[in-house]
Design a protein around this ligand. Structure first.
Ligand SMILES: Nc1ncnc2c1ncn2[C@@H]1O[C@H](COP(=O)(O)OP(=O)(O)O)[C@@H](O)[C@H]1O
Ligand SMILES: [Mg+2]
Length: 269
């Protein structure tokens, strides 16, 4: 990652919930300006916590960055509240595609416009409907009743309405059919290229993530255990074993178990 100018720098952060539960134990991640970076890891690794530390949403869950720092476009943001962070151009799409169920799709989108602005609401809607033609069709339907894929598009669209520089995307593929996942990931790639939006993408689906992100970090148990280009990670035997499921080491072990297993194997040979 050296060389590329970073829009986001997470510098060795430690995060605690309720002042006592230590969840992130020194995490460093860089997102280059205009880039897509993936953060991979099993359930409970601390991926969502990392995104919430950046967006400031951590504060709503009694979580705190207790060490290290976070810089956005050269400015420290880890002491700011979520509204101030949003105003700077960072938006988080939280996992589980939470729409406002009783509002229409279009009303959901308009909520995003109030968070930041820059573009007019009309311009924002046009842009979102241009990327997500399905949302234009469904704009007057109640968000709680459209399909899961359309809800996911709605929350991504709502994030776009804030006119962001950096989108923190938490498991956009979760629970969606492969065809829809493909459609959504295509649009994410286009948003990155055409709107120059930088993206930090959290995914459990490593295969998908490594297809769109040229660089990825692997997190386990509150620590980054590896980071490399997508190309190298795809070829890495541990990643193949654990995240890509290409070989049968046996069961879904932790990344570390796989490494230990490999080491043991080397001892034996
Ligand atoms: N609000 C919270 N209070 C206490 N512990 C939490 C809270 N949110 C998450 N955790 C804990 O932090 C760890 C990491 O969670 P999370 O960041 O959601 O992981 P991931 O997104 O990788 O699945 C888990 O052990 C989880 O139980
Ligand atoms: Mg999560």
């Amino acid at each position: 990652m050296a060389g590329a100018e970073a829009i986001l720098k997470i510098n060795n952060i430690e995060v605690k919930y309720h002042e006592v539960i230590l969840v992130l134990k020194g995490v460093s991640i860089e997102v280059p300006r205009g880039g897509i970076v993936a953060l991979l890891g099993a359930n409970g690794a601390g991926k969502s916590t990392t995104l919430k530390a950046v967006s400031g949403l951590l504060k709503h869950e009694d979580g705190e960055v207790t060490d290290g720092s976070i810089e956005f476009m050269g400015e420290r943001i880890d002491r700011l509240g979520p509204e101030k962070i949003a105003k700077k151009g960072i938006v988080q799409v939280i996992e589980g595609r939470r729409v406002f169920e009783h509002l229409t799709v279009e009303q959901n989108l308009k909520v995003g416009a109030h968070l930041r602005g820059g573009k007019s609401v009309k311009e924002g809607l046009e842009m979102v409907y241009n990327y997500f033609p399905r949302l234009r069709e469904k704009r007057n339907e109640t968000a709680g009743f459209v399909s899961g894929g359309e809800q996911q598009m709605t929350v991504v669209g709502r994030a776009l309405m804030t006119n962001p520089k950096l989108v923190l995307l938490d498991e956009p593929s979760m629970g969606l059919a492969p065809l829809l996942i493909h459609e959504i990931f295509n649009i994410i790639t286009r948003l990155n290229r055409e709107e120059n939006i930088s993206i930090l993408l959290v995914e459990q689906n490593a295969k998908l993530a490594l297809n769109v992100a040229p660089h990825a970090y692997v997190m386990e148990n509150g620590r980054i255990v590896m980071d490399d280009t997508a190309e190298k990670l795809r070829e890495n035997p541990d990643i193949k074993d654990f995240y890509l499921g290409l070989t049968d080491v046996g069961g879904r072990k932790s990344f570390r178990d796989v490494k230990h297993y490999k080491r043991r194997k080397r001892w034996l040979t």
